[in-house]
Design a protein around this ligand. Sequence first.
Ligand code: ADP
Ligand code: MG
Length: 306
Amino acid sequence: MSKEKFIVETKDLTKAYRRNNVVESLDLKIKEGEIYGFLGPNGAGKTTTIRMLLGLIESTKGEIQILGKSLKEDRLSILREVGSLVESPSYYPHLTGEQNLEILRKILNVPKSRIEQVLSMVRLTKVADKKVKEYSLGMKQRLGIAAALLGNPRLLILDEPTNGLDPAGIIEIRKLIKQLPESHGITVMISSHLLSEIEELATHVGIITRGKMIFQDSLDQLKKKANHKIFLYTSDLDKTEQVLREEKENVSRNTKGIFIDYCNDDKIWSLVEKLIEQNIRVYRIVEEKVSLEKIFLDLTRSGQTL
Ligand SMILES: Nc1ncnc2c1ncn2[C@@H]1O[C@H](COP(=O)(O)OP(=O)(O)O)[C@@H](O)[C@H]1O
Ligand SMILES: [Mg+2]
């Protein structure tokens, strides 16, 4: 395996059911601090892959390294540092959220104070004393994430955690996941069949379709590949066009405004600064998202490599 430090690295990972590869030659690479979006349509092989990473099912072929150790050789010590949520978690419905976590806490043997911490991380402190049967689906899902966080994991693996949630529930989970790498040093792998969800959340993306990885890189790279554009509307379009061209931007124009190629936040800010210096008022900066969705759909339909 490579010398680079990956939190998760697989090589040629394959799973066959009745000689049919449902996961085929997957080389996953997830670095510390990433939010890795594992994206693919239903049936693509996401859950199967995740189940192999967690040692819940055996692979047919290939290697898995997690936290620099081989899953085959160090399964238990690896899993102690991995939290996961695969499929809907099961609870004691007549017990409170806190009591459910307490049962798990004793098994994991972590200090009592950890319960309070994880409840606050998933914003369930207020309903900690409510019985779980009174929880909404979103609350149950967040309790599942709290349970996954209880053992202080370095890696959190979440399999479609927002499935079946309403938009408010989805936003809540997204907020919660987004702050995990920075505030708690946790690397996150999250699967989804929705590009929009991964796009809002992930720093890196792996796209899988029919068991094969067709793209793996940063979200910025995906957006570039997809010919993602940024639309600008300003008080002086001619002058704006001129300034942007001087900055070597690939500029195009229609009756509504100006388009440049997708670029990151820092780049945008430096361009806006240049425009402001020229007394141009920037009224609108909009990322054009349509083409990425289209690319994703085309790709997952055809199974080509991006
Ligand atoms: N135990 C199994 N036996 C046979 N086929 C399976 C089994 N588990 C999953 N599959 C098949 O593997 C493919 C990938 O499934 P899955 O990993 O659940 O996809 P995803 O999570 O991306 O929706 C599907 O075609 C599914 O029917
Ligand atoms: Mg699945």
